[in-house]
Design a protein around this ligand. Structure first.
Ligand code: HGY
Ligand code: MN
Ligand code: MN
Length: 396
């Protein structure tokens, strides 16, 4: 997959393995430059919208466009394909259409959404949520990264004016249909024996911040009976997440991020922050998992003489992709299988506003959000051909 080779050195993370490319950090800004150059080489006109999303237009920007694309940012230590495969495949699909002399009957564009993973500012799909109004400018401008750099400061460093962020009706009006190609992040296409599939739905999912406060103290001078150790309660929250999800059909719950304050080996933390990522087939089951974890957190904190607060940081209900568009794309592709995903996507945010479809490319490892994530070159090429066919059928 030549396009991915071009960016293979950008944002490689020697400590974690894989890639760490986050909203407006050096690696992601380098990827923005790479994308702008690649689009320019193809005669596409590139513009950045007020929310930091890049748009590369084939022909003049206009309403009812056939839009494809994805994101370039990653999770910390993420794989090479999650996001970039969709962007590279979009450019290569346009290459195929231009090479065959296809003349679009509608405007076409490739979009790169900002901070899809929320790897820096903690909120997934930030760029698409801002465009659609799924997050308010005020809430977005309250975001800051673990070093205390605010979203506004990061956007300014990228030459953007944070005062302009917010719902963008003009941008939304331009999107007639959005098709996102993405590496599959599970085993669906492996089990189906298919290189490419279309998405049927996305699990309901959200993120909750659990903050436990106790009494910071000395690890050696403080008797066990005298402790109010927030780490004890935090540990029980982690175990409660596993128990809660296991008890709800199809649910998933993860604590992948836990930050003790101050974080010294010989220090009983004064507080611990941890983030719960919970998902399930519908709102009721997702909320049931979260409520069960919250109950356990309150009990564990009380037992340990600690305080606990639980804050919902983001949430999206189940997404069911437009069945007519899904079936049209599947038919154009000769009847590829439709499959659900447990991973969130910008396409999931846009689906509430414009007709949206997703294509998945087989990942023989079934692993994602880790360096082992992979897609065979032949399957990537099949994805590009499929995307080109879908876009051609939609842009005729
Ligand atoms: O978290 C997700 O599912 C997506 O990768 N942002
Ligand atoms: Mn991801
Ligand atoms: Mn992704």
């Amino acid at each position: 997959m030549t396009g991915l080779d071009d960016i293979a050195r950008i944002g490689a993370d020697p400590r974690r393995g894989g890639y760490s490319r986050h909203g407006y950090d050096r690696a992601e800004l380098e990827l923005r430059t790479w994308f702008t150059e690649e689009a320019g080489r193809r005669g596409l006109g590139v513009e950045c919208d007020r929310n930091g999303n890049l748009w590369a237009w084939w022909g003049p920007p206009g309403e009812g466009a056939v839009v494809t694309g994805s994101h370039l940012d990653s999770v910390p230590g993420g794989g090479a394909f999650d996001g970039p495969l969709g962007v590279v495949s979009s450019l290569q699909a346009l290459d195929l259409l231009q090479a065959k002399g296809f003349v679009p009957g509608k405007p076409m564009a490739v979009v790169v959404f900002a901070e899809e993973e929320g790897g820096r500012f903690g909120l997934a799909c930030l760029g698409s949520r801002l465009v659609t109004g799924a997050i308010t400018p005020a809430a977005a401008l309250r975001l800051s990264d673990p070093d205390g750099v605010t979203l506004a400061e990061a956007m300014r460093s990228a030459g953007l004016d944070p005062a302009l962020v917010g719902p963008d009706v003009e941008v939304l009006r331009r999107i007639g249909v959005f098709v996102e190609l993405h590496v599959e992040q599970g085993r669906g296409l492996i089990d189906l024996g298919a290189p490419v599939g279309v998405a049927s739905s996305i699990l309901a999912h959200g993120r909750w911040r659990v903050s436990v406060t106790g009494e910071g103290n000395h690890a050696g001078a403080t008797l066990m009976v005298d402790r109010r150790d927030p780490m004890i309660a935090a540990a029980q929250v982690v175990l409660a997440a596993r128990r809660a999800a296991t008890g709800v059909e199809g649910a998933r719950a993860t604590v992948g991020r836990l930050v003790p304050n101050p974080g010294g080996t010989n220090v009983i933390p004064s507080s611990v922050d941890l983030w719960l990522d919970a998902r399930a087939e519908d709102d009721a089951r997702t909320r049931a998992v979260v409520e069960s974890v919250a109950e356990a957190a309150r009990a564990a904190a009380a037992d340990e003489g600690c305080e606990v607060t639980i804050t919902e940081e983001s949430y999206g209900d189940t997404v069911v992709f437009d069945p007519a568009l899904r079936d049209k794309v599947s038919t154009v592709l000769g009847g590829v299988p439709a499959l659900p995903t447990g991973a969130g996507h910008d396409a999931g945010i846009l689906a509430a506003h414009v007709p949206t479809a997703m294509l998945f490319v087989r990942n023989p490892t079934g692993v994602s959000h880790a360096p082992e994530e992979f897609a065979e070159a032949a399957d990537c090429s099949a994805g590009v051909v499929a995307l080109a066919s879908a876009l051609e059928a939609l842009a005729r």
